[in-house]
Design a protein around this ligand. Sequence first.
Ligand SMILES: *[C@@H]1O[C@H](CO)[C@@H](O)[C@H](O)[C@H]1NC(C)=O
Ligand SMILES: *[C@@H]1O[C@H](CO)[C@@H](O)[C@H](O)[C@H]1NC(C)=O
Ligand SMILES: *[C@@H]1O[C@H](CO)[C@@H](O)[C@H](O)[C@H]1NC(C)=O
Ligand SMILES: *[C@@H]1O[C@H](CO)[C@@H](O)[C@H](O)[C@H]1NC(C)=O
Length: 379
Amino acid sequence: MFEAVPFGLLAAGTVLFVPMGMAGWHLSRNKMLFFSCALFITLAVGVHLTPFFPSISNFLYKPSSISVSSLPTGTTSSSMIRDSCTFSLHSVVMYKSNYSECVDDAIDSNSDSGCKRMSWKWTQSGSVAECGFQKLKKPDVSVLLNGSWVIVAGDSQARLMVVSLLELVMGPEGMKKIRGDLFKRHSDYSTTVDEIGMKLDFMWAPYVRNLTNLMLEFKENKDYPDVILMGAGLWDMLHVNNATEYGISLSALKDLVLALLPVFRNTDSIDKGASESAWIRSRHLFWLGIPALISSMLNTVEKREKMNDVMCNAYDDEVSRTKLLRQSGGPLLKLDIRWLTELCGPQCTVDGMHYDGIVYDAAVQIMLNALLLESNQTR
Ligand SMILES: *[C@@H]1O[C@H](CO)[C@@H](O)[C@H](O)[C@H]1NC(C)=O
Ligand SMILES: *[C@@H]1O[C@H](CO)[C@@H](O)[C@H](O)[C@H]1NC(C)=O
Ligand SMILES: *[C@@H]1O[C@H](CO)[C@@H](O)[C@H](O)[C@H]1NC(C)=O
Ligand SMILES: *[C@@H]1O[C@H](CO)[C@@H](O)[C@H](O)[C@H]1NC(C)=O
């Protein structure tokens, strides 16, 4: 596998940089996202494709072929660090706010004291500290997402993610102005943050089938966003209440996402031109998990009956079983809202389902740090 990496670099270099170079505007549009994708391809080609073509790797390792020393060093080890950090992203703690340290990200314009009641931070244990996670502030986010097209699709949990993300990029005041539009019941919402040219679309997609349809639309229009954050489950649990069927929908979604990722297909299809290289850029795919549901606090009898712990676990199990997540070899990196909401606890929710901003703030920061990790590769 280690030998596969040099071959991957070579292959990725030729099949990727050429079409991407031709679509030159992508480069200036967002260097970070571009580079991280290039690196992903490198690894993916190396790790996934080469083992299936032993004859090619044999050919490459004839004495006359490229020497390993001519390749950049450290790629393999830094990708290992990247992976271990990716899976440490959720190592956070939450605690009651110490009001004397109420600054920046803890300010809540809706509360009396002006502070959010809870705070969070990454744990400082050795391996997590080494990853150097940081709560990104507006200027960092502006650079990271400059010129990007971000899609957030799902139910009300996804909408709360949009609130946290926009609050970070536009400030609490800017967010206040658009809150009304964003919270029109069951509707889509689009905005462009002019300062950084970030386009953000919220798509109301309460069922997994809606997400699948959305993927089909991207495919049809050959127009792919840079970052996709999606998740659905609560509506399904309430109105369908059948984990098996949820699993079937998830499998269909996963198959479609994989089919849209050219790197998982054979190498010929990578070379089809700009539209597909555009999709390669959006290796930034996130799954928004369902929150912890606190039965006794749910606001209808139907919810209390159908959305119980057993059902929640069954739904979570389907997400694992269908291997949708990167944690199980799939395409999407999970933002573990259930974990974060459990950390925050009943004090952070009034209806047992929708939690205080702090939870989604943390999830947004986890997502942004995941994006950073990918881009740090090439620094
Ligand atoms: C709150 O923070 C201040 C300054 O950081 C510290 O001196 C104080 O001990 C903290 N209080 C609690 C209850 O943690
Ligand atoms: C965003 O990118 C454009 C063009 O690359 C650049 O002119 C601008 O300064 C960038 N803005 C931020 C906030 O980084
Ligand atoms: C989502 O899917 C459901 C069930 O298939 C459908 O009834 C609904 O119209 C869809 N909503 C959107 C916004 O596409
Ligand atoms: C759940 O859906 C599956 C597949 O459609 C079906 O076979 C099963 O009977 C359903 N279970 C319940 C409890 O309705």
